[in-house]
Design a protein around this ligand. Structure first.
Ligand code: BGC
Length: 737
C-alpha cells in the first residue's frame, strides 16, 4: 500500500504540465476552438526592435499580437520585455495562446564565446556542447525560448562572410559539431527551463553561393549536395533539433523556401523530421524577386505547399491563406499540420502551463555572465586559437622582454566579440592590451601604438605608422594585432579580397623593415590570404574573434601559460584565385605534375593552400609512427582497427588532434583524395607516446554511386593518419563485398 501512495504524492507534487492534459489531446481540443484566422496567426512571426537582422521592421507588431495574428516574435529578449509582450498575447487574445520568442544566440548570449568557425578549431565536441548549453542557460533566463542556431552550412569559399558562423569545410566534422551544438542548446528533452530549442539552418546549402556572394544562387550536382552539404543538417535533426530554417538561396533554380522536394520529401518523408520549419527573414516575399512567384499570393501558396510552417517577418500568410483556401489552391489540412507543429513546440516548452516560465527577472540575475560562463569563455577561447607559424620558436614570449604591442586591435573591445554577438556587451570584453598586461604580472615592459586604423578612412596612416616604427625599434619583439573589423564577416559581408586591409598591411611592411621579430596576432571571421603576412611575420597566431575573454585567452597562449592546440577546420588559400579551395578534392584525369604542362594547375600560383585543413602548431612537436591495420581485407560486418602511435617529441607537455582520413582508390565515380573519418584529441606529457586507434566499418566507406545509391564498392582503400590533412602516414586494405 505504500507504493501507490508515494506515486500519488509524486504525481500531485510535480507541477510541469499538471494543469494541461496530454499534448495531443490538448492541442486537438485547442485547435477545435481556433478560427482559420487564429490558426494562420500562429504561422506568423514578426521582429521586435531589439536587433536589426533584415530589411523590414513591422512597427505595429504589438497590434498584430492583440489581434491574435502572431505566433512568434524574434529579436526580443530580457525577462521584463518578453514578459510584457507575452502578457499582450495571454491577456488580450481570445484563446490566450502564448508567444514563442526566437533569437540569434549564435556564440553566446551575454557572455560571448568565440565565433563558431573559431570555436570549431578546438575540435573539442564536449567544449562546444558546453558553450551551447551555457549560452542557452543565459538566454533562457532572459525570456528566449528558441535560438536560430546551430548554423551548419558547409562553406568552402572564404569570400562568403557567413563562413564565420559555421564549422568549416568538412561534412563529417561539421556533422559531429552540429550534433554537439544541438545537444548543448536543447539538452536531452526539448523544453527544459534552462535550455532553448535549436533551429538548424540554413536549409539547404546556403554556404555554397556562386562566387561567395551572399544570397546568390547555388547550383551543384545531387551527389555533391547529398555527400557534402546535406549531412550536417541530417545529423542535427537526428540529434533532435526541434526546428529547421529555410535558406534564402535557390538550389538549381528552386528557392529553398518553395522547395517541396527539400522541405517535404527529403526533410519529412526521408529524414522523418517532426518539428516545425521557419523561413528565413522575409524569404517568402523574396520568392517574387527570385522570379518563381508572380505575386504575394503565389509566393504564399508555394511556400505553404512546399512545407513552410512559420513565416518570418513577411506577413503574407495572414493576407493570402484564407483566399487560397477558398479557391482550393491550398488545403486546410496542410495549415492544420503546421499549426499543430508550432503548438507542440509551445507545449513542450511548458508555455501553456506557464507562459512566463522563461521570463523571470529574479532567475536571470545570478545566471547571466556568472563565473561558470566567464571561466568557460576563457577556456574555449584559448582552445580555439590556432598557431599557424612559429619560426625559430619565437613564441612563447619571455615575460622579461620589452614588447612593442602595435595595431588597431590592441585596445579593441568592439570587434573581438565578433559578428552575431547576440545581447553581448562589447564594453565587457577583455582587450589584448588588458590581457597582456595582466599576464606579464609586472615583468618586462610594454609599449603600445595604434599603428593603423582598422580601415583606411581617416588618412592618418603615415603618422600612425611612424609612431609605431619608433616604438618597435626600442623593443625586443613586436606583437602586431591586425585583421578584419567584425563587420567584414557575417551576413551580407562577402569580400572579393580576403586579406588584411591594405593600410594595415602597410604597417606590417614598415615594421618588417625594422628587422625586429614580429608576432602577428590575427583577428578575422574567415580564412584570409596571408601570403604577405607569412613572408613578413615570424609567428602567426590565428585568434578569430574570441569573445568576452579574448585578451586573457590570447595572453595565455602568447606567454605559454597555455600550449596552443587548435587546428583549422577550413583551408587558408595563398590567394583569392585559388578559391574555392578545400582538402577533399578529386584527382582529375590530369593530376598536378610540376614537370608536365598539360596537368591541372595554375601558371601563377601553386595548387597547395598556404595552411591546409587540420593545420595547427603547438609549442611542442608530435611524431607519428606508421599506420597499423588489424587486417588487410575487410568484409561486411567486420571492423578494421586503424592505429598509429603518437609521440610528444618536443620539450613541453601538449595536446594533439590525431586525424584519420580515407581514400577509395577505384570506384564507379571518382572519389575525394581524402575524407576525414575520425579524430582523437590526446594530451601527452613531453616524451610520452600513445597508441590512438579508430575502428573503421563499412559505413565509413559509403558514397553515392552512379545510380545515386548510398553504398560501398569493393576494392582498395587508403587510410591515412596525421596531425593535419597534408602530412599523413598511410596504409591500405581491400574491401571484399
Ligand atoms: C539570417 C538568419 C537569422 C535571421 C533572424 C536572417 O537575416 O539569415 O540566419 O536567423 O535573419 O535574425
Amino acid at each position: 500500500m505504500i507504493r501507490p501512495l508515494i506515486l500519488f504524492l509524486f504525481l500531485t507534487s510535480f507541477p510541469v504540465h499538471a494543469a494541461v492534459p496530454k499534448m495531443d489531446t490538448f492541442i486537438t481540443q485547442l485547435m477545435a476552438k481556433m478560427t482559420l484566422e487564429e490558426k494562420i496567426g500562429q504561422m506568423e512571426q514578426y521582429t521586435a526592435e531589439m536587433a536589426v537582422t533584415g530589411n523590414s521592421i513591422k512597427g505595429d507588431y504589438r497590434d498584430e499580437i492583440i489581434k491574435g495574428r502572431v505566433g512568434s516574435i524574434l529579436n526580443a529578449h530580457g525577462a521584463k520585455f518578453t514578459r510584457e509582450l507575452q502578457k499582450i498575447a495571454v491577456e488580450n487574445t481570445r484563446l490566450k495562446i502564448p508567444l514563442i520568442f526566437g533569437y540569434d544566440v549564435i556564440h553566446g548570449f551575454k557572455t560571448i564565446f568565440p565565433i563558431p568557425l573559431g570555436e570549431s578549431s578546438s575540435w573539442d565536441l564536449k567544449l562546444m556542447e558546453k558553450s551551447a548549453r551555457l549560452a542557452a542557460n543565459e538566454a533562457a533566463a532572459e525570456g528566449v525560448h528558441w535560438t536560430f542556431a546551430p548554423m551548419v552550412d558547409i562553406a568552402r569559399d572564404p569570400r562568403w562572410g557567413r563562413i564565420a558562423e559555421g564549422a568549416g569545410e568538412d561534412p563529417w566534422l561539421g556533422s559531429r559539431i552540429a550534433e554537439a551544438r544541438v545537444r548543448g542548446f536543447q539538452g536531452d528533452v526539448p523544453g527544459a527551463q534552462d535550455r532553448v530549442l535549436a533551429c538548424v539552418k540554413h536549409f539547404a546549402a546556403y554556404g555554397a553561393p556562386i562566387a561567395g556572394r551572399d544570397y546568390n544562387s547555388v547550383d551543384m550536382s545531387e551527389r555533391e549536395l547529398r555527400e557534402t552539404y546535406l549531412p550536417p543538417y541530417a545529423a542535427a535533426i537526428n540529434a533532435g533539433a526541434a526546428t529547421v530554417m529555410t535558406s534564402f538561396n535557390d538550389i538549381a533554380g528552386v528557392p529553398s523556401t518553395a522547395n517541396e522536394w527539400l522541405l517535404t520529401d527529403l526533410l519529412r518523408r526521408q529524414w522523418k523530421f517532426k518539428g516545425f520549419v521557419v523561413t528565413d527573414y522575409t524569404a517568402v516575399n523574396e520568392l517574387i524577386q527570385h522570379g518563381v512567384a508572380a505575386d504575394e499570393k503565389q509566393a504564399t501558396q508555394l511556400a505553404v505547399r512546399a512545407g513552410v510552417d512559420l513565416e518570418m517577418q513577411g506577413g503574407l500568410f495572414t493576407k493570402n491563406v484564407p483566399a487560397l483556401i477558398k479557391e482550393h489552391k491550398l488545403n486546410r489540412a496542410l495549415i492544420d499540420k503546421s499549426v499543430r507543429r508550432i503548438l507542440e513546440a509551445k507545449y513542450k516548452l511548458g508555455l501553456f502551463n506557464d507562459p512566463y516560465r522563461f521570463s523571470d527577472e529574479q532567475r536571470a540575475q545570478p545566471i547571466v555572465m556568472a563565473r561558470d560562463k566567464m571561466e568557460h569563455a576563457r577556456e574555449v577561447a584559448r582552445r580555439s586559437i590556432v598557431l599557424l607559424k612559429n619560426s625559430r620558436s619565437l613564441l612563447p614570449l619571455k615575460r622579461a622582454s620589452t614588447i612593442a604591442l602595435i595595431g588597431p586591435f590592441v585596445d579593441n573591445q568592439r570587434d573581438v566579440i565578433g559578428n552575431w554577438s547576440a545581447a553581448g556587451d562589447w564594453k565587457k570584453a577583455v582587450s589584448l592590451a588588458v590581457g597582456i598586461n595582466a599576464a606579464r604580472a609586472g615583468q618586462g615592459k610594454i609599449v603600445t601604438a595604434q599603428g593603423a586604423e582598422l580601415v583606411d578612412s581617416k588618412g592618418s596612416t603615415d603618422a600612425l605608422i611612424n609612431e609605431a616604427v619608433t616604438k618597435a625599434k626600442n623593443a625586443d619583439v613586436v606583437v602586431l594585432a591586425l585583421g578584419e573589423p567584425e563587420w567584414m564577416s557575417g551576413e551580407a559581408a562577402s569580400r572579393t579580397r580576403v586579406r588584411v586591409p591594405e593600410n594595415q598591411q602597410a604597417l606590417l611592411r614598415a615594421l618588417h623593415a625594422t628587422g625586429k621579430p614580429i608576432v602577428l596576432v590575427l583577428f578575422n571571421g574567415r580564412p584570409l590570404a596571408l601570403e604577405l603576412e607569412n613572408e613578413m611575420a615570424d609567428a602567426i597566431v590565428e585568434t578569430w574573434f574570441l569573445g568576452t575573454q579574448s585578451g586573457h585567452a590570447i595572453a595565455d597562449v602568447l606567454f605559454g601559460d597555455y600550449n596552443p592546440a587548435g587546428k583549422l577546420t577550413v583551408t587558408f588559400p595563398v590567394n583569392e584565385g585559388q578559391i574555392p579551395i578545400y582538402y577533399a578534392t578529386k584527382l582529375t584525369g590530369r593530376p598536378f605534375n610540376a614537370k608536365s604542362k598539360y596537368t591541372s594547375k595554375y601558371l601563377d600560383a601553386s595548387n597547395e593552400p598556404l595552411f591546409p585543413f587540420g593545420w595547427g602548431l603547438s609549442y611542442t612537436n608530435f611524431t607519428y609512427s606508421s599506420v597499423q591495420l588489424s587486417r588487410d581485407r575487410l568484409r561486411p560486418g567486420q571492423k578494421l582497427k586503424v592505429s598509429v602511435t603518437v609521440t610528444n617529441s618536443g620539450a613541453r607537455d601538449g595536446e594533439e588532434t590525431v586525424q584519420f582520413y580515407i581514400h577509395d582508390l577505384v570506384a564507379s565515380v571518382s572519389r575525394p583524395v581524402k575524407q576525414l573519418r575520425s579524430f582523437a584529441k590526446i594530451f601527452l606529457k613531453k616524451g610520452e607516446s600513445r597508441e590512438v586507434a579508430f575502428e573503421l566499418s563499412l559505413e565509413d566507406l559509403k558514397f553515392y554511386n552512379q545510380a545515386m545509391k548510398w553504398t560501398t564498392e569493393p576494392g582498395r582503400f587508403k587510410v591515412m593518419a596525421g596531425g593535419n590533412s597534408r602530412d599523413l602516414k598511410e596504409a591500405s586494405f581491400t574491401l571484399i563485398n
